[in-house]
Design a protein around this ligand. Structure first.
Ligand code: UDP
Length: 487
């Protein structure tokens, strides 16, 4: 049960691993570092393979239960009710809208009245329930501050910019922040006539209504953008201390004796035999997939780079994209189809490469000393896990806000390399992959990246340090408001 003397927070996670992970980590941190009580509402997706694992895991390693998890089932007939052409983003917004009555009754049936409701990007429509029930409302921005700034500023851009954003000749200005190149915009901004764009703009307006915005970043990582966000004019209202808080990095801990190591014994015993920092880990988030042609080029590139690798390989799709959500389970390979891998690839790379199908224990892999590089789509959780483990990145954006993340990581923070060819415009050729991988793993230019990521690792550790860290203090301010005697 929930301790009545502790400030109680309800955290609402929208479907998807990328949302669930930071919500769970925030829950853990609130309980273990700030002595709060936490209940987590998980709106489950239709393909919840990883979900169950994550929630059972997070609720209490070693038997100690940190918080209650309440599952909010997705509405039954939603898939029938919506346009089959609706994008993943539109579906997420719809699901989160439809589940509101369930969320409301779940909130009302809690034994201890919560002080605060914390939602992710897709949950802002539940703010009205918080208002009705007298709870303070927070947004957890599960991505970085630059993305958050763009989202908040998008309603302004909507009024200023004519025509499609991608057709603009000049970068999109965000006051006080790095401007956004037209083709880097987040997916919902790609087509202003699509329904997901309207939902996205609405969300941008709702962000400003939050009593506090918690961002999965930290002061030293994005100082300029954070101060730009704290500007009254930018925010659209008077900003006071506590309104915009950097509370990250929120990342899953690497647990040395985690169950995944027994389940994936072959993988970890292979990894144990590889030299330090010699293995590239290749994975495109929870559901990124490549076209057959792209998958083939990536395979050749990895082989030609002569670097060791672990590759989470998925069934290729018609285009490179996100494909794990709202589908009935994971794609299965066609008979005789070799996942787009070149003839003899598995055989030739048998001693240097390890191919895993669909899903691998990423946090533990990145935390292994043998891993020296991450080739990924630039999903923010993956990026933070890489930084936490001091592993340099190669960013290959596919969907959502990953084009922004790629620029932030490769050009602004310089913790990553990226391909010359934009993967959303064309196929990245094998030579390019080969060159990038080799450079980051062993090259001279790559050395700067390898060094900077260690510095960022240390600064992230300091940010969350109990007592003194900037992110620790920011989150403590949130909880402190509700502690007995001060409320
Ligand atoms: N992940 C994992 N194994 C996989 C693929 C992904 O553990 O095979 C985890 C990864 O460690 C990260 C999350 O799933 O924590 C993916 O989140 P991210 O924000 O990087 O990308 P998204 O899936 O949201 O696009």
């Amino acid at each position: 049960g929930v301790d009545r003397n502790k400030p109680h927070f309800v955290l609402l996670s929208s479907p998807g691993t990328g949302h669930l992970i930071p919500i769970l980590e925030l829950g853990k941190r609130l309980v273990t570092h700030h002595d709060a009580a936490v209940t987590i509402f998980v709106v489950s997706s239709y393909s919840s393979q990883a979900e169950t694992e994550l929630t059972t895991d997070a609720a209490g390693p070693g038997g100690g239960k940190l918080f209650n998890v309440v599952k909010i089932p997705p509405p039954d007939d939603l898939s029938a009710a919506i346009d089959p052409a609706a994008t993943m983003v539109t579906r997420l917004f719809l699901v989160m809208r439809e589940v509101r009555p369930t969320i409301r009754s779940a909130l009302l049936s809690l034994p201890v009245k919560p002080a605060g409701l914390i939602v992710d990007l897709f949950g802002t429509e539940s703010f009205e329930i918080a208002v009705e029930l007298g709870m303070t409302k927070y947004l957890l921005s599960t991505s970085n501050a630059w993305f958050t700034a763009l989202a908040i500023h998008s309603p302004v851009l909507d009024g200023e910019v004519e025509g499609e954003y991608v057709d603009q000749k000049e970068p999109l200005e965000i006051p006080g922040c790095r401007s956004v190149r037209p083709d880097e915009v987040v997916d919902p901004m790609l087509d202003r006539k699509n329904r997901q764009y309207l939902e996205y703009i609405r969300t941008g307006l709702e962000f400003r209504k939050a009593d506090g915005i918690l961002i999965n970043t930290w002061e030293d990582l994005e100082p300029t953008t954070l101060s730009a966000l704290r500007n009254d004019e930018f925010f659209g209202r008077r900003v006071i201390e506590g309104d915009v808080l950097a509370i990250g990095p929120l990342v899953r801990p690497v647990e040395p004796n985690h169950s995944t190591q027994t389940i994936n014994e072959a993988l970890f015993s292979w990894l144990d035999k590889q030299p330090n920092a010699s293995v590239v880990y290749v994975c495109f988030g929870s559901g990124g997939t490549l076209s057959i042609e792209q998958q083939t080029e990536l395979a050749w590139g990895l082989e030609l780079s002569k670097q060791r690798f672990i590759w989470v390989v998925r069934q290729p799709t018609a285009e490179s994209r996100y494909s794990a959500f709202f589908t009935s389970g994971r794609a299965t390979a066609e008979r005789g189809h070799r996942y787009g891998l070149p003839d003899g690839f598995l055989e030739r790379t048998r001693h240097v490469g390890f191919v895993v199908r669909d899903w691998a224990p990423q946090a533990e892999i990145l935390g292994h000393v043998a891993v020296g590089g991450l080739l990924c789509h630039g999903g923010w959780n993956s990026a933070l896990e890489s930084v936490r483990s001091g592993v340099p990145m190669m960013v290959w954006p596919l969907y959502a806000e990953q084009r922004l993340n790629a620029t932030l990581l490769a050009e602004e923070l310089r913790l990553a390399a990226r391909t010359e060819t934009a993967p959303w415009r064309g196929v990245v050729g094998r030579e390019e992959v080969e060159g990038m991988v080799r450079e980051v793993m062993t090259g001279e230019k790559g050395e700067g990246v390898r060094e900077r990521v260690k510095v960022a690792q240390r600064s992230g550790e300091m940010a969350v340090e109990q007592g003194s860290g900037s992110s620790y203090r920011a989150l403590d301010m949130v909880v402190g408001k509700f502690r007995c005697g001060t409320a």
